[in-house]
Design a protein around this ligand. Structure first.
Ligand code: SF4
Length: 191
């Protein structure tokens, strides 16, 4: 069975791509962008052993229960677990869902990776490139201006991607606040 290390899952998000997205944040990233917005995803998170132990079958079962219209992979770095990314994207495609990934690698870098083309072949949209804090924009799914919206199929238009809300706040089942999106806090005086 393909191993997967996950930081978090959001079963129904409107701030991580067009429509209602099932979002998987992968655990682990070695790219080291200064000012990274999610440093807790860089290494194993001992505070969350249940998620680290999640199996692909568990994730797919949650996907089926979500009624989402798309799958979004984020992180952490999905391309540093390509076999798991491919398995999840295959599950999404088999269910007719749209597919999107955020990666710190550029499209050219992904094409040069051994499994990169296999990941790209299963994606409708890729947001690519390192996060550059000095070029921060936080809109249209891009954290910084150097990142690009790569439309790899004709399933979504650029306008649909750009219309994705920059933030969402959801109250979780135990009352916790769940904040997601490319600009969930900084421009709203919430921190
Ligand atoms: S690629 Fe993403 S998760 Fe990795 S360091 Fe850069 S911003 Fe952070």
């Amino acid at each position: 069975m393909t191993a997967i290390r996950i930081h978090a899952i959001e079963p129904r998000s409107r701030a991580n791509g067009p429509g209602v997205r099932f979002v998987v944040w992968f655990q682990g990233c070695t790219l080291g962008c200064p000012g990274c917005f999610n440093p807790a995803t860089h290494v194993g998170d001992p505070a969350d052993p249940a998620l680290v132990g999640t199996t692909l079958a568990d994730v797919v079962a949650q996907l089926d229960a979500s009624s989402a219209t798309g799958l979004s992979l984020s992180g952490g770095e999905p391309l540093q677990q390509p076999d798991a990314a491919i398995a999840l994207l295959d599950a999404a495609r088999a269910r007719g869902l749209s597919t999107l990934a955020f990666s710190g690698y550029t499209l050219a870098e992904i094409r040069a990776q051994p499994r990169g083309p296999d990941v790209l072949a299963r994606l409708d949209v890729l947001i690519d490139g390192r996060y550059v804090a000095s070029e921060r924009i936080g809109s249209g799914l891009r954290g910084s201006a150097n990142q690009q919206i790569q439309l790899l199929t004709d399933r979504h238009t650029r306008a649909e991607v750009l219309a994705t809300p920059v933030a969402e706040i959801r109250i979780g089942p135990t009352g916790e606040l769940v904040l997601t999106g490319v600009d969930p806090l900084k421009r709203r005086g919430l921190e």
